[in-house]
Design a protein around this ligand. Structure first.
Ligand SMILES: Nc1ncnc2c1ncn2[C@@H]1O[C@H](COP(=O)(O)OP(=O)(O)OP(=O)(O)O)[C@@H](O)[C@H]1O
Length: 940
């Protein structure tokens, strides 16, 4: 499927292109994208520019047919890299992804954007039809399950497709699944090594968000990539705010409130939220507590049936429920861009999993929070879960090391963002710009005017645990392996319990640690365990299980070093939170100035910014509260409209428009499709604007009175309808008309035909002079008849006059048809610039100040003083008294060119889609419904 270049002309202007060319030259030294690439990008995908890595990849595929292995942070835009080449060049891209649900979502999303895509899987019902359509060249992008493409049938099919249609690219999404070194290894992915042999000449693109160097190398060799371009975007997600808290004793809800906001007196999450728990039971517990607080939420875990899980997943991505309490089973398939909070109630398994799990947050680039609540008991829960899954000794060790490392993340007092980046060996971001909204540790340091100092903590913020470690590890040495950690602690704290052998009670180590409490020693033990000085093992008995402890080689070496004094091993650490609360604070004797705050030199990511760094452009605007509230109100209404549309179309709301697009619409408030198009909102393509734009601008028109209502004359002077001129003869006719003369009189006096006079006045109408259809001798009912015919004929039709005449009753004259067509054309023209006159005769000036024919003025409604102008047949009506006949008279008047003016602007509602054309004012919905059985949604 090739996209026609003709459709794409003029999408991108030359200045934009120049800027981009400079950018690419400067950054990459590669041939920059050409206007035709940018046009496709804008027109089909709705983006003004490629992100640098995207173009690197795309260019190497379409120009050099090269393999690529790309590690791109979540939300960077991997999909564009594989979707663009075949959309631009023709041919087909095969995309392999581990989850069917993920592929289904992507196919739906592409379909909504009119990009032809399909899915091929082994268990598919309409496989034959899909394959037929592929060969009929109906698709640009074909998603395939790994099982399908590695099976015999799949391999033959791919070869055949390549021969007949040309496979442009094979893309392997979530490529880390291919490596057993990764955290999410999948057996079916291993089979993908066959792809190279099946399609030897087709470039392969392997993409993932998480891969260490080792995993990356494994991907490259497994897929037999040839001289691949290796790229990585870095792992930084600057819009994510990381924080970690110890679980408090006041309970789950009290903890979770740290991540919630108050709205109308209730605690709510500020947007779509996933709360991860370690066990299924915990998910149910948390869900129950939240539900008791009135928060609607659902659980998701492996105990649910596939159907139930699918249902929960769908409700979440379709905005029908915004809080999910899940185990890690809720993972990769969540393709929802606007998740605002990821909460881990209990620690994550390791850094890779955590990065993937928080990767679900803020994929739309908007600020989002990632919060962990943990307790030391979580470490034990994770250990027992891990032990259930030991496949080999190697994986056991790998997993333990990973957990230990993650625990360091929990306990670090340095910047968490930097910790994550260092974990992934991300050296691309050593010059990261400081951000305020980085992590809790940075925030604390920023707020802290005078650093808190603790006894035992040195000026670098480190505590020396060498002696404590020696005491505890020596006790293990003395008492031997295989006891629970509490027994060793009791020993060093000098327990005289009967369980403590008498011989040990006289050992010099007995009681040597009594100057510190149990909690202190438990913290020390945990730190030493995380550093692998000793390890634990679960012993399972028929009815219970317990953990025993054994010294590791590192612990033994440490004891030898201390005893021999050969090499004094030192254990210096930043005190983790639970140890910190046990430390005594030093009294402050001096004040530090900002310049010598220790965190400035230790932390290159989080050098403290002197002023707030905006997270998005909206925050930079200085808005007063009312304006902000107004904008949020519009935004909420746009969201509601999007949900409704998504429901009707059975797709995900974000596929229609992203939150960012809705926020931009709420900020810019376009009142017409043309203005909306001019905004060039990211991802909101012309296809989408044509499909959904009208619904959104309607919301704007309904909610936002246009600030300055220009007269029709002003609009037409500024944006002329055509090249009609106010010639002397037209001027003469017009001044005679203004003096009150009938058309016949003017024709008689000027010796012109009536048609000529009408044509003069029609020209006046085109120039913005106040001429009504009635003035052109067109009665209301004739105007209605012609308008109805025009509903089905495009105004651009070549022989529109004769077409309309054929469809109208014989008595309707050519002059009348011409007048109404011109009138409608002028109206449509004006609509491009303002909707103020969209539904009315474009003549307002004459009627200002004329007698109001009807006033709808109800005490019960907010809508007061709504005036219908022009019509003299309708009495003043109050809504309560209005009967159907009176209402329909009003409606008729409006429909046929009457003019409605409301001092309570935009409070009137009319449903133009309804044939009965009911007019109602903005009574509260129940009353409106009760009286008219109708709630309108479009605004005059
Ligand atoms: N060049 C671009 N300009 C602006 N926005 C873009 C661009 N490319 C992609 N995006 C937007 O970025 C968002 C993320 O894109 P995409 O879903 O492809 O990310 P991803 O890298 O696959 O993320 P994940 O790892 O979470 O699946 C989407 O909203 C997409 O429209």
């Amino acid at each position: 499927m090739e996209i026609s270049m003709e459709d794409l002309s003029n999408s991108f202007n030359d200045d934009d292109e120049k800027v981009l060319i400079e950018q690419f030259k400067a950054v990459d030294g590669i041939e920059p994208p050409h206007k035709k690439h940018l046009d496709v990008l804008l027109k089909i995908f709705g983006h003004k520019e490629f992100r640098p890595m995207q173009w690197n990849i795309i260019s190497s595929i379409i120009n050099d047919r090269r393999d690529n292995c790309a590690i791109m942070a979540t939300g960077y835009g991997k999909s564009l890299c594989y979707q663009f080449p075949s959309v631009y060049c023709g041919g087909i891209t095969i995309v392999i992804s581990p989850l069917i649900s993920l592929m289904e979502d992507q196919v739906l999303s592409l379909t909504v954007a009119n990009i032809p895509a399909c899915l091929l899987g082994t268990a598919q019902t309409k496989q034959k039809e899909v394959i037929e359509d592929i060969f009929n060249n109906k698709y640009s992008i074909v998603y395939v399950t790994p099982e399908f493409c590695c099976g015999e049938f799949g391999k033959d099919l791919l070869t055949d497709i390549d021969k007949k249609l040309n496979i442009m690219l094979v893309a392997i999404d979530e490529a880390h699944c291919i490596s057993s070194w990764g955290h999410d290894f999948r057996h079916q992915y291993r089979e993908l090594s066959k792809i190279r042999n099946v399609l030897p000449c087709v470039p392969i693109l392997a993409v993932t968000a998480t891969a260490t160097v080792r995993v990356r190398d494994d991907i490259i060799s497994s897929l037999q990539l040839r001289d691949p371009q290796i790229l990585y975007s870095g792992f930084d997600r600057p819009n994510l705010y990381y924080s970690v808290h110890l679980k408090e004793h006041n309970g789950i809800i009290s903890d979770l409130r740290n991540t919630m906001v108050r709205q109308h007196g209730d605690w709510v999450f500020s947007g779509p939220t996933i709360i991860y728990c370690i066990t299924r039971k915990q998910t149910e517990n948390v869900a129950e507590l939240l539900q008791r607080e009135g928060i609607e939420c659902l659980t998701y875990h492996a105990g649910l049936t596939v159907k139930q899980r699918k249902n929960v997943h769908e409700k979440f991505v379709r905005d029908r429920v915004s809080v999910i309490i899940a185990t890690i089973a809720f993972g990769m398939g969540i393709d929802k861009p606007d998740v605002r909070n990821i909460v881990h109630y209990g620690a994550a398994r390791d850094m890779e999993s955590y990065y993937q799990e928080v990767g679900r947050a803020g994929r739309d680039g908007q600020p989002s929070q990632c919060t962990i609540f943990y307790s030391n008991a979580d470490l034990e829960v994770l250990r027992s879960l891990r032990e259930l899954n030991y496949a080999t000794e190697k994986t056991k060790e790998q997993k333990e090391a990973r957990t230990r490392h993650f625990w360091k993340y929990l306990e670090t007092t340095s910047c968490r963002r930097q910790f994550i980046l260092q974990h992934f060996e991300d050296t691309s971001n050593t010059n990261l710009q400081p951000v305020l909204n980085c992590c809790d540790n940075c925030t604390k340091k920023l707020k802290q005017k005078v650093p808190v100092e603790y006894e035992e903590v040195d000026s670098n913020g480190l505590i020396d645990l060498t002696d404590y470690a020696f005491t505890l590890l020596s006790s293990m040495n003395v008492m031997g392996d295989g006891l629970g950690i509490n027994t060793y602690i009791k020993f060093i704290r000098g327990s005289r319990s009967s369980k403590m052998p008498t011989k040990l009670q006289s050992h010099p180590l007995h009681g040597s640690g009594n100057h510190k409490g149990d909690n202190w020693w438990k913290c020390i033990a945990r730190i030493l365990e995380l550093e692998a000085y000793f390890s634990k093992q679960t012993v399972k008995k028929p009815t219970y299980s317990y953990c025993t402890t054994y010294l590791c080689e590192k612990g033994k070496q440490f004891l030898r070093d201390i005893t021999n004094k050969s090499r004094r091993a030192k254990i210096l650490v930043e005190p983790p939170p639970d140890l910190r609360i046990l430390l005594k604070r030093k009294s402050i004797t001096y004040k530090l100035t900002t310049n010598n705050m220790p965190y400035i030199k230790t932390n290159n990511v989080c050098n403290i910014p002197t002023e707030k760094i905006p997270r998005n452009k909206i925050e930079t605007d200085i808005e007063d509260e009312t304006m902000k509230e107004e904008r949020m109100n519009i935004y909420r209404k746009l969201m509601a409209k999007r949900t409704k549309l998504a429901f009707t179309l059975d797709c995900m709301p974000y596929m229609i428009a992203s939150n960012e697009v809705l926020m931009d619409i709420a900020t810019s408030r376009p009142r017409s499709i043309d203005t909306l198009k001019q905004l060039k909102l990211n991802g909101f393509t012309e296809v989408k604007i044509n499909k959904f734009g009208e619904e959104f601008v309607q919301v704007i028109r309904q909610l936002c009175p246009s600030a300055e209502r220009k007269s029709i004359k002003d609009i037409l002077d500024e944006f002329p309808f055509d090249d009609t001129k106010f010639t002397p003869t037209i001027e003469t006719t017009y001044s005679m008309f203004k003096s009150g003369k009938m058309l016949e009189e003017i024709a008689g006096e000027r010796k012109l035909t009536i048609s000529t006079v009408i044509s003069h006045l029609t020209n006046c109408m085109k120039l913005g002079f106040p001429i009504r259809l009635k003035d052109l001798n067109v009665s209301t009912s004739v105007a209605n008849t012609i308008m109805n015919v025009l509903k089905h004929i495009p105004l651009t039709e070549e022989k529109i006059l004769s077409t309309v005449q054929q469809r109208c009753p014989d008595e309707v004259t050519f002059n009348e048809i011409k007048a109404v067509i011109d009138y409608k054309k002028v109206r449509e023209h004006i609509k491009k610039y303002t909707y103020d006159y969209a539904e009315f005769d474009p003549i307002d000036e004459v009627d200002k100040g004329k007698t109001y024919a009807a006033t709808i003025d109800s005490e019960k409604s907010e809508c007061e003083n709504v005036h219908i102008l022009q019509n003299t047949d309708v009495e003043i009506i109050s809504v309560d008294d209005a009967d159907d006949a009176a209402l329909s008279a009003l409606v008729d008047e409006i429909e046929t060119g009457g003019y409605l003016n409301s001092t309570a602007t935009n409070k009137c509602v009319k449903d133009t889609s309804d044939d009965t054309h009911q007019l109602v004012n903005n009574l509260e919905p129940p009353l409106k419904k009760q009286k008219y059985g109708y709630v309108g949604n479009s605004c005059l």
